[in-house]
Design a protein around this ligand. Structure first.
Ligand code: FES
Length: 178
């Protein structure tokens, strides 16, 4: 379940502006979803409700498209993004262990959750990003950190958090050694 404190405050005028610009029939469904996601980083429920109220697009159409395309996200996103590469080279050298280690560090619990409990970081799995000689690796915002294990991945996130002035969740008790 999404952390309610991460929910965006939606400006109804902005949504009305998107509809005026992009249209209100079903052909505007994808452009509207893209505009909303670009604005908020995900598709807030309030914004989706406004689109349904103010256009000819039904709720089932809107959510059908939003859940069909992987580019759309229905949950709030953290202030920073950690991409964990799961391409072949990263997979065979330990991407899963890095995932486990960072989930622990960021106190991300539950199979469907991907965002730290304090909203600092969101983790996403990505395909090969073309730096296989540094496998396994993560990208924190724009920074690439390669040749990792679980402990090094935690250290990379800790250093990033220090530079970005972010707190890591309190549940961290120890670093993993793997
Ligand atoms: S598989 Fe991870 S960078 Fe290529």
């Amino acid at each position: 379940m999404a952390n309610p404190s991460l929910e965006a405050t939606v400006d109804p005028n902005l949504i009305a502006g998107f509809i005026a610009e992009l249209g209100s029939d079903s052909s505007a469904t994808v452009p509207l979803l893209q505009a909303i996601q670009t604005q908020y980083g995900y598709l807030p429920r309030t914004a989706m409700d406004l689109v349904v109220e103010q256009t000819e697009i039904s709720g089932s159409q809107l959510y059908g498209v939003a859940t069909f395309y992987a580019q759309f996200r229905l949950k709030p996103v953290g202030r920073h993004l950690i991409k964990v590469c799961h391409g072949t080279a990263c997979h065979v050298t330990g991407a899963d262990r890095i995932n486990t280690s960072l989930h622990y560090q960021l106190n991300i619990q539950g199979e469907d959750e991907d965002t730290a409990s304090n909203g600092s970081y969101t983790m996403v799995d990505v395909a090969c990003i073309g730096c296989c000689s540094q496998a396994p690796l993560i990208v924190v915002d724009e920074e690439v950190h390669g040749n990792l294990n679980g402990a090094k991945a935690q250290k990379a996130v800790r250093m990033h958090a220090r530079k970005a002035g972010e707190e890591l969740p309190k549940a961290v008790k120890q670093s993993l050694k793997s």
